[in-house]
Each structure stands twice: as C-alpha cells, then as structure tokens.
Ligand binder design. Structure first.
Ligand code: GDP
Ligand code: MG
Length: 160
C-alpha cells in the first residue's frame, strides 16, 4: 500500500520518464501491479520514508477533446482517488488548452507542479501559469538529466 500519487499531464511531457526516474533513484520498489487496464502503470516506491503508489496515467488519449476523454474511467478514477497529484508541464512549450484544463481539474487535490525539460529553452509563460496556481509547490526539473528531483522528493516528504 502507499499514498495514491497520480502522475498527470498531457502526452509527451515526461510522465513515464518521471516514474522511471523516481523508481531508479529510490531502488525501493516493493512490487509492481499491472493495472486492470493495460495502459495505467502502477509502481510502488518509497520516497524518503513516504510510501507512494505511483500511477502513470499513460492512457490519456491525444485528441482534440482529450480532457473530456480524461473522463475515461480509469484516469478520472486515478485522479479522484489521488492523495497527491504530480502535474507535469513541459516548460519548453507554451501552456496549452489541455494543460489549463488539467490545472483546473486538479485544483482540489493536493498537488505538486513540475516544470519539466529545463534543459531546453523556456517557452512557458510563468505569469500565465500563476493564474492557475494557488499555494502549490512548483519545481523546475529536467527528468532525463535527473535535475531537480531531490527537491521534489524533499517536498513530498514534507507534505506527508
Ligand atoms: P509521457 O508521454 O508524458 O509519459 O512522456 P515520456 O516520459 O514518454 O517522454 C516523452 C519524451 O520527452 C521522451 O522522448 C523523453 O525522453 C522526453 N523527455 C522527458 N523528460 C525530458 C527532459 O527533462 N528533457 C528533455 N529534453 N526531454 C525529456
Ligand atoms: Mg507515458
């Protein structure tokens, strides 16, 4: 068991990479549970003493009405059951409509905002983003370069 932690974000922002990186770093996988549906990946990891069940919502479909499709049962379920949301944004691209919808959808849940791909030039307007944020912790990370993840882990351990 672990705190339900849903990794949310539009396609290609780095959700699966984040899952892999957190697992690699901690080397504390307890078990791996295949989702009841193929495209939801669940992995257990211990982050500085906090047991997490990471849920990679890979199945969110990339269509014009994606966020309505997020109503796709499993993703909505993952979100509704989430103790924590890791909302991943790609800071090398401007905020999209879908990003904004995901920001809206997750606002009632405890969440951490991740601005990924900081190894690439910044193109996300932080002021525009701030309109969607409250007191949410926010971190700049480069998942593939393993940068910023220490701070993320620190924040997770402080939240619980
Ligand atoms: P997902 O669709 O959100 O699960 O995204 P993936 O984890 O599959 O990553 C999508 C692409 O972004 C892959 O080619 C990754 O290698 C790349 N990617 C992920 N994180 C970073 C990063 O920090 N910097 C760069 N430059 N690319 C990244
Ligand atoms: Mg993925």
């Amino acid at each position: 068991e672990g705190l339900n932690t849903a990794i949310i974000g539009r396609p290609n922002v780095g959700k699966s990479s984040l899952l892999n990186q957190l697992l690699k770093e901690e080397k504390a996988i307890v078990t791996e549970v295949a989702g009841t549906t193929r495209d939801v990946v669940e992995e257990y990891v211990n982050v500085r003493g906090v047991p997490l069940k990471l849920i990679d919502t890979a199945g969110i479909r990339e269509t014009e009405d994606t966020v309505e499709k997020i109503g796709v049962e499993k993703s909505r379920k993952a979100l509704s059951e989430a103790d924590l949301v890791l909302l991943v944004l790609n800071q090398s691209e401007p905020l999209t409509k879908e990003d904004k919808q995901l920001l809206e959808m997750t606002k009632e849940t405890k969440r951490i905002i991740l601005l990924n791909k900081t190894d690439l030039p910044p193109r996300l307007d932080l002021k525009e983003l701030s309109d969607f944020l409250y007191e949410d912790p926010k971190f700049e990370v480069s998942v593939t370069n393993n940068e910023g993840l220490e701070q993320l882990e620190e924040a997770i351990s402080e939240l619980f």
